[in-house]
Write a protein that binds this ligand. Structure first.
Ligand code: FAS
Length: 391
């Protein structure tokens, strides 16, 4: 078999790559390890930022793949119980961000692709990549019925996330990993509880907490916890008691908790994001802490650059996009890593609960004070939140 592009992974990155390539008339095959149902129910990100909405609009896909309501642009910081509302669009030119949960985007992309007859292959196993430095790499895999397959192609898109297989196909010494452990733990909880009027970040001496919308009747919460904490240390009663205290909302409405996990906040960048004919897209190349909502949006940015580069190669015999793909992606990756790191430190140090000490606490409080009082600081924050900064 042969295809121009083989896409490994059917998450936001892989499905967006496939949808954009098809709009350029480039044929591709998508190989996904899990079942369609499993991928469609995985709940993670909750916002498609303005830049990504504009990207989907530029491809004529926005109405097909974006669900959820427009974000009204207001973010609440609640500091020691005091509300401070920040306009996180700051008059930016782009379209409003969309409160589109990741699973809705994945479901809509999948439905759009299948309706167009795209070649999505689920429950594949033993994917291996060969001849990545030649002109025609080969991807081998086993289908659910045990049959072995080989597909030759022009390019492989590694969209298989942080625990995928494509990065391991790159010889040692080619990629440089840049990891950061923030030394902060989070408990994240998904509940059938009413979403907040605005996305809410709460700072206080009890530790950080957050409350985000994840649909008309569901919410995602974050609670700072010891980095090695475990979900079973957080029974429902403790979760709601901590949320009511830290969100300074004694009347917070509880709901059935449908998912609960703990994780350490970490960031990771692999450089370069390419090896021969393999191009890494999304979490396969980088991980960013959820502060600022950049993880999924970076995957969408990479997918846009990769699809345009392949289109230029196929249509115009122009390889400049392919040659500069990694450098251009990494410029935005590092800009979003910096923003996410700034926000992560600010909302945690300001609570002084991370043991970061009084000096860093004063720095963090000064940053928040500047954000709440300086229109210039607020505009810069909005530009970064929307992804409309010029990087
Ligand atoms: P994904 O991991 O989503 O998809 C990779 C796909 O590849 C998966 O379907 C996997 O099954 C498949 N795969 C793996 N190995 C394979 C193999 N060998 N063969 C074939 N297929 C294979 N981001 C935000 O922007 N905002 C947030 O608020 C946010 N919150 C998050 C909360 C949590 C708890 C987590 C875990 C992540 C959060 N993220 C958030 C980040 C997250 O949304 C990722 O950035 C996003 O899923 C990246 O998409 P992909 O790059 O497609 O990777």
């Amino acid at each position: 078999q042969s295809a121009t592009v083989v896409v490994i992974g059917a998450g936001p990155a892989g499905l967006t790559v496939a949808a954009l390539l098809r709009r350029c008339g480039v044929d591709c095959v998508v190989l996904e390890r899990r079942s369609r149902a499993y991928v469609a129910q995985r709940q993670r990100a909750g916002i498609v930022e303005s830049r990504a909405v504009r990207m989907f609009e530029s491809w004529g896909l926005a109405d097909l793949v974006l669900g959820g309501a427009p974000h009204d642009g207001i973010l609440e910081f609640r500091v020691d119980g005091e509300p401070h509302f920040v306009d996180d669009t700051g008059g930016a030119e782009g379209p409003p961000a969309r409160l589109c949960p990741q699973q809705v985007l994945v479901q809509k992309l999948t439905a759009t692709l299948l309706a167009e007859g795209a070649d999505l292959r689920y429950e594949t196993a033993d994917v291996s990549l060969h001849d990545l430095t030649g002109d025609r790499p080969t991807v081998r895999y086993r289908s659910a019925d045990g049959t072995r397959h080989a597909i030759t192609c022009a390019f492989v898109a590694g969209c298989d996330g942080d625990h995928g297989v494509t990065r391991s196909a790159v010889p040692d010494g080619v990629l440089t990993a840049h990891p950061l452990d923030h030394g902060i733990g989070w408990l994240t909880v998904l509940a059938d509880a009413p979403p907040p009027a605005h996305p809410l970040l709460a700072v206080g001496s009890e530790g950080f907490a957050a409350h985000f919308p994840r649909g008309p009747h569901s919410s995602r919460y974050y609670l700072q916890c010891p980095p090695d904490d475990r979900p079973d240390a957080w029974p429902d009663a403790r979760v709601w008691e901590a949320l009511r205290t830290r969100l300074a909302d004694p009347a917070l409405t509880a709901g059935e908790i449908t998912d609960r996990e703990t994780f350490r906040l970490r960031s990771l960048v692999h450089d370069p994001m390419q090896y021969g004919r393999l191009f890494l897209v999304g979490d396969a190349a980088h991980i960013v802490s959820p502060m600022g909502g950049k993880g999924m949006n970076l995957a969408l940015y990479d997918a846009d650059l990769f699809a345009r580069a392949v289109r230029d190669h196929v249509r115009d015999d122009d390889d400049s996009g392919l040659r500069t793909y990694s450098r251009r992606c990494l410029r935005r990756v590092w800009s979003d890593q910096e923003f996410s790191h700034w926000l992560t430190r600010t909302v945690h140090d300001a609570g002084d609960d991370t043991g970061s000490g009084p000096f860093l606490r004063h720095l963090a409080r000064a940053r928040l004070d500047r954000l709440f009082t300086s229109p210039t600081a607020a505009r810069s924050f909005a530009e970064l939140m929307t992804g409309l900064d010029p990087v």
